[in-house]
Design a protein around this ligand. Structure first.
Ligand code: PHE
Ligand code: ZN
Length: 880
């Protein structure tokens, strides 16, 4: 299948990278703000890099050129060409100053890239989004991350309509102008790439706090939002302060401007953006209060605030040479956030959460037609490469490097990295060299991880020689072919491992004549290799890939009893959970009808014992009691029937619920529900997490009782976690009490878009055939709009990506509905359309009936005229 518009778009290749012929030393921007029209005057001081004279070529898209002059002289039209998103100017020399004046139309901009309006014309505010290539929608500029310039930005606007004027950098004066207008200037002392430019203008309130950095700088931390939600910014402000202290302590990194602004908007394509000195957040990741945020959302706010703050060093001070190096900042920053969150909360719960996310989002990406390396070698639309592979797998790669170097070695390496590359644009090789040089280790073999797509499968097999008291582990790796990469090479896979005896006691390790404690790391860097353990008294049970020491799929032929042993005895929370997950997979695969298999029995027995003994933390227990999700089960099958997977997973959970028993579940629910504290401390959160799981399990056994409890929990809930849990149980089961609860929720949160998103999402996720009718009714709700990404995700995303049994109808109506919406959305916001279209990833592995109808729906969409480059690329790749 070829796309009508495909041949016109030539890919951009890593291999073709050239240093920029022209760079910019300083840029002065005067922005005259208006909702319908904003005029931008720019003065660039140009630097010519090479010896040959190359014409000056600047990027610019959708700009109306009002005036242009070079070194003070207006340019005659014969001396420049403005066409097809480039401006070519003759006669520029090293040190020349190019001045342009352009006009853009913020209110008409529905892409949420460049300068746009958030909210209504009457009360909304203006803001910018430049990563990756949004700056070219604001002014003419060499819009690439290896051009670092010093910014001076002056904002001019009507004072009544735009009382607050913000840009990145330090404040450098304000003043009045005629006719009720005013101005404000900002100077950024740090050279930065254009994607980190930002401005915000409108009616906003703030909360603020004074902060002194470890190296003594006084900084004002300011959170901005519209007036009605400013009370919900306090948690984020606290989280920001914790992040700053943590980065000082852990990496010795201090903040480097006099102000740090953070702004919340309801209209944002992504989670948040690390613009220098002026972070901009999707409100979903900044606002938090007990009445409208769940415990998970509180943790997400803390994590995203930290992530964006950490970018100030990993991304901003050291930026990326080109967009192929995106993981240099994103993978590294995700890793830093994961370390931070582990320090702030529970390390094993955080690890479980992150590995689940990786398996749910990145593994399917790596196993299908959208597979790409952490450092891609080509792309058509860079916005399509903000993926789970670049972020989440990228973070796993940094984790392996950090593990290889140890805590001190990694810190030493990071210090060298910052020292060498501060104020410049770097590559993945630079990162590996810095870490390696600081420790006298060659880390270049890890480059293969960055260059090669696909999840390696690690096959392990053990052999015990009782006579010689010797245990031999054979470890081999294999990575399947991915699009454009038929041949794969071995990569270094660190395997953290322990051995247990049959009573569940951890064994001392003797490898190659050395005592190695009870845990060792073996690096598998060949196609296959052996590790021999000596002095092993009995045939051991290996605990492999502890703490998920590498992003691979482990294949080891465990018996149910062996996994149950690890689930019961492993001291490490993560590995305990992992053994439980693997055991659940065995149980799932063995289920046929009602007969209880060995695996199912082993899983249920082990969990029931843990449930009864109160020996582990409530939150971990809740996670242990949760089998892998439907997407993870689907990922392991060659012919996927999502309806069947849903039914079978429910069946598996019903076995567990039965084994624990309704009385025990009920008693535990009551005990947990007797604590009414809404505090965010770990213990209260853990109780709510377990209470939810217990209620869900009970609903599988005794629906009437569970629904009555859920209705009561809904009524009496003081916080969103309990309220949404209850609503979810009622809605998913289509319980008689669901309608009243939905109506109440709707009324209660009529003016709270983030809470209302949950109202939409919970309904779009009702499993099975009825979901489509529900989704269609949601679409005609007056509060539904495709213009707001959060709302579009709450319906389209929740349905297509988080509700496999609802979306994958055998009649193909789910697919046809989605492709219609995608075409509509594409005309408004191509980035969001492309992202939601990834729900089709994996259609080739559907069972034949669904495969056929999915193919037809996709083919029809691909044939449409005028698809964006974003959506066109995703559909084209998915169809391969
Ligand atoms: N750089 C942002 C982050 O990860 C993500 C982002 C990308 C936001 C592109 C907007 C546009 O923190
Ligand atoms: Zn990021």
């Amino acid at each position: 299948m070829t796309l009508v518009n495909e041949p016109a778009i030539t890919p951009i290749r890593l291999h073709d990278y050239r240093r920029p012929a022209w760079t910019v030393d300083t840029i002065e921007l005067d922005v005259d703000l208006g909702i319908d029209a904003t005029d931008i005057t720019s003065r660039l001081t140009l630097r010519h890099g090479g010896t040959q004279t190359t014409p000056l070529r600047l990027d610019g898209e959708g700009l109306e050129l009002l005036a242009i002059s070079l070194d003070g002289h207006p340019l005659d039209p014969s001396h420049y060409r403005h066409e097809d998103n480039v401006l070519e100017v003759d006669g520029a020399r090293d040190g020349s100053v190019l001045e342009t004046r352009v006009r853009v139309k913020p209110a008409a901009n529905t892409t949420l890239e460049g300068l746009y309006l958030s909210g209504s014309r009457e009360t909304g505010f203006l803001l910018t989004q430049c990563e990756a290539e949004g700056f070219r929608h604001i002014t003419f500029f060499p819009d690439r991350p290896d051009v670092l310039a010093r910014y001076t930005v002056t904002l001019l606007a009507d004072r009544a309509r735009f009382p607050v004027l913000l840009a990145g950098g330090n404040p450098d004066g304000t003043g009045e102008l005629a006719e009720g207008r005013h101005w404000a200037r900002f100077v950024d002392t740090h050279p930065k790439p254009s994607y980190l430019f930002a401005l915000v203008a409108g009616r906003l309130e703030n909360i603020q706090r004074d902060y002194i950095t470890a190296n003594g700088r006084a900084v004002k931390l300011v959170m901005w939002s519209e007036a009605n939600v400013i009370d919900r910014c306090h948690y984020a402000l606290d989280a920001l302060e914790r992040s700053m202290r943590w980065d000082e302590r852990t990496y010795g990194r201090n903040y480097d401007l006099d102000v740090f602004h953070v702004v919340a908007t309801h209209d944002f394509n992504m989670g948040a953006m690390e613009n220098k000195g002026l972070n901009i957040f999707n409100a979903k990741y900044l606002l938090a209060d007990p009445d409208s945020s769940t415990d998970e959302e509180y943790r997400a706010v803390e994590a995203v605030v930290a992530h964006e703050y950490f970018h100030n060093w990993t991304g901003n001070r050291v930026t990326c040479r080109d967009w192929f190096q995106l993981s240099l900042k994103e993978g590294l920053t995700v890793f830093r956030e994961q370390q931070f969150s582990a320090d702030m909360n529970s390390p094993s719960l955080k690890r479980i959460e992150d590995v689940s996310l990786l398996r749910r989002t990145q593994f399917p990406e790596d196993a299908g037609p959208l597979a790409h390396p952490v450092r891609p070698s080509e792309y058509r639309e860079i916005n399509n490469f903000y993926t789970a592979t670049v972020y989440e797998k990228g973070s796993e790669l940094v984790r392996m490097l950090a593990g290889r170097l140890g805590q001190e070695g990694f810190r030493r390496g990071m210090d060298v990295y910052f020292e060498r590359h501060d104020g410049s644009a770097a590559t993945i090789e630079d990162f590996l060299s810095a870490l390696g040089d600081a420790n006298g280790i060659d880390l270049m073999p890890y480059l293969a991880w960055y260059a090669q797509a696909g999840t390696p499968h690690l096959h392990a097999q053990g052999e015990y020689d009782a006579a010689r008291r010797q245990y031999t582990l054979t470890l081999s790796q294999h990575t399947r072919a991915t699009p454009g990469q038929p041949e794969k090479v071995p990569v270094p896979i660190p395997v953290k491992l322990s051995l247990f005896d049959r009573d569940g006691r951890v064994l001392p390790l003797h490898i190659n004549g050395h005592a190695a404690g009870t845990e060792a790391v073996v690096v598998v860097d060949m196609a296959s290799q052996h590790v021999v353990f000596h002095d092993v008294a009995t045939e051991p049970v290996p605990s492999l890939l502890r703490d998920f020491s590498a992003p691979v799929v482990l294949e080891y032929d465990y018996s149910p009893a062996e996994l149950a042993l690890l689930l019961t005895n492993d001291a490490d929370g993560f590995n305990r959970w992992e053994a439980g997950q693997q055991l659940a997979v065995l149980a799932f695969d063995s289920l046929h009808g009602n007969a209880e298999t060995d695996a199912c029995k082993a899983w249920c027995d082990a969990l029931t014992a843990l449930f009864e003994h109160h020996a582990i933390d409530d939150a971990l227990l809740a996670d242990l009691l949760t089998p892998p999700g439907e997407i993870e089960f689907a990922d392991r099958q060659s012919e996927v029937d999502p309806a069947k997977i849903h039914a079978q997973r429910q069946e598996l959970q019903r076995h567990l619920a039965k084994r624990i028993g309704a009385p025990a579940l009920l008693a535990r629910y009551r005990a947990l529900a007797s604590h009414t504290s809404q505090s965010l401390d770990a213990e209260s959160q853990a109780r709510r997490r377990l209470k939810r799981r217990v209620l869900e399990l009970l609903a599988l056994l005794d629906a009437d009782t569970a629904h009555a409890l859920a209705a009561q929990q809904y009524e009496s809930a003081v916080g969103m976690t309990d309220r949404l849990t209850a609503l979810g149980v009622l809605v998913r089961d289509r319980a008689p009490q669901a309608a009243a609860a939905l109506a109440d929720f709707r009324r209660r949160y009529a003016d709270n878009p983030l809470a209302l998103d949950k109202w939409f999402a919970v309904q779009a996720q009702v499993p099975g055939e009825p979901a489509l009718a529900t989704v269609k009714s949601l679409e005609s709700d007056p509060a539904f709009t495709l213009k707001n990404p959060n709302r579009a995700r709450a319906v389209l995303g929740a349905f297509a990506s988080n509700n496999p049994s609802g979306f994958h109808r055998a009649d193909g109506e789910g697919y046809r509905w989605l492709t219609e919406r995608l075409a509509e959305l594409d005309a408004l916001n191509p980035q969001i359309a492309a992202r939601l279209a990834t729900a089709f990833n994996g259609w080739q592995r559907l069972e034949p009936v669904r495969r056929e109808v999915a193919h037809a729906a996709l083919g029809e969409l691909a044939q449409r005229q005028g698809l964006s480059r974003n959506l066109g690329e995703i559909i084209g790749n998915v169809l391969q």
